[in-house]
Design a protein around this ligand. Structure first.
Ligand SMILES: *[C@@H]1O[C@H](CO)[C@@H](O)[C@H](O)[C@H]1NC(C)=O
Ligand SMILES: *[C@@H]1O[C@H](CO)[C@@H](O)[C@H](O)[C@H]1NC(C)=O
Length: 304
């Protein structure tokens, strides 16, 4: 009798512990929460998540990547995605740079390689965890970012083309442009930043393709924003990035389909190469380019 009682008490205790562990682990909806246990995280990237109170079933995911000196918290408050998440039911992942200075590693061999064990690998693992945990729609995973986060957006699109359906780049550089010839993690590449790395669409395309060598599936469609008077990441990087993706998608860089002036704002010119690539040059705008939230929702397919 005593023995059975003992076993029952033990089972009950185990159940309660389990339930508590579950409660502790599940991020609270409606606020920014850190996830610490999500699988392999070789470079210790921080993982913050916003699960909306109005979570859709089979939700989409947006990965929103901060700028240098930024944090997950800063991008959560400074970008519109969490608010939109409540309207459209998607989940937002805010990765956080592990480095002092808060830039991303977009320069080392490991981050520029599919499953190479760098920052890009950690971010991909956050997507995989979130997809499993929330039964998310793996065909509606999107990535965007500003500045260093924009560089990382291009890197994510090149290293994990299988994971993403679309990307939006706010003031970045082409994938691989920040390459470090000493294989430095998280190195700053002034030659690239100052727009002095100028190449052909084919060369840029080769660099992107090499980041997930042999991949032949669909790739995220890309939208590239840049200010024409950006003095941090020179506007030449806009043209180089558009060259890169035009080659990857098989468009002819020199002959886009259409140019729409004053789109989406006055003095911003949108160049359309095809349904997978648009570039928006914001005339007179500095590095401090504003996120066009409503436009982003359209590109990601939440609105039309
Ligand atoms: C900067 O990147 C370019 C490629 O975009 C590379 O050729 C150059 O060596 C890099 N500079 C440094 C200092 O690593
Ligand atoms: C794409 O790659 C897969 C796996 O390597 C291969 O089985 C398939 O035949 C390839 N498809 C094309 C169109 O090359």
């Amino acid at each position: 009798m005593a023995r059975i009682q003992y076993i029952l008490t033990f089972l009950l205790f185990a159940l309660v512990c389990n339930a508590m562990a579950l409660i502790r682990r599940a991020p609270t909806p409606g606020q920014l929460e850190q996830v610490t246990d999500f699988g392999d995280n070789p470079t210790d990237v921080g993982f913050y998540i916003y699960v909306p109170e109005n979570l859709a079933s089979n939700p989409a995911i947006i990965v929103a990547i901060h700028y240098c000196t930024g944090t997950a918290q800063a991008y959560y408050t400074g970008s519109p995605y969490a608010q939109y998440a409540e309207t459209h039911g998607f989940i937002v992942i805010y990765p956080e740079s592990p480095y002092e200075g808060g830039c991303w590693d977009v320069s080392s061999e490991s981050t520029l390689t599919h499953n190479g064990g760098g920052n890009s690998n950690s971010i991909a693992n956050m997507v995989t965890w979130t997809t499993a945990q929330y039964n998310a729609d793996s065909s509606r995973v999107y990535v965007t970012g500003t500045s260093s986060g924009a560089m990382m957006t291009n890197v994510m699109a090149a290293t994990y083309p299988n994971l993403f359906a679309a990307g939006i780049v706010y003031a970045g550089v082409p994938a691989g442009c920040f390459y470090s010839d000493t294989n430095q993690e998280n190195g700053w590449n002034s030659t690239c930043a100052q727009g002095e790395v100028i190449s052909t669409p084919e060369h840029w395309g080769d660099i992107a393709r090499a980041m997930d060598a042999g991949y032949n599936g669909t790739r995220p469609k890309m939208q590239i924003y840049h200010g024409s008077v950006d003095a941090t990441l020179y506007p030449q990087n806009y043209y180089e990035t558009c060259k890169q993706w035009s080659d990857v998608f098989g468009y002819t860089y020199d002959s886009p389909q259409e140019v729409q002036s004053d789109t989406p704002l006055a003095d911003w010119d949108k160049t359309i190469w095809g349904e997978s690539l648009q570039g928006i040059l914001a005339n007179g705008v500095t590095h401090n380019i504003q996120i066009q939230g409503e436009e982003d929702l359209k590109w990601f397919g939440f609105t039309s």
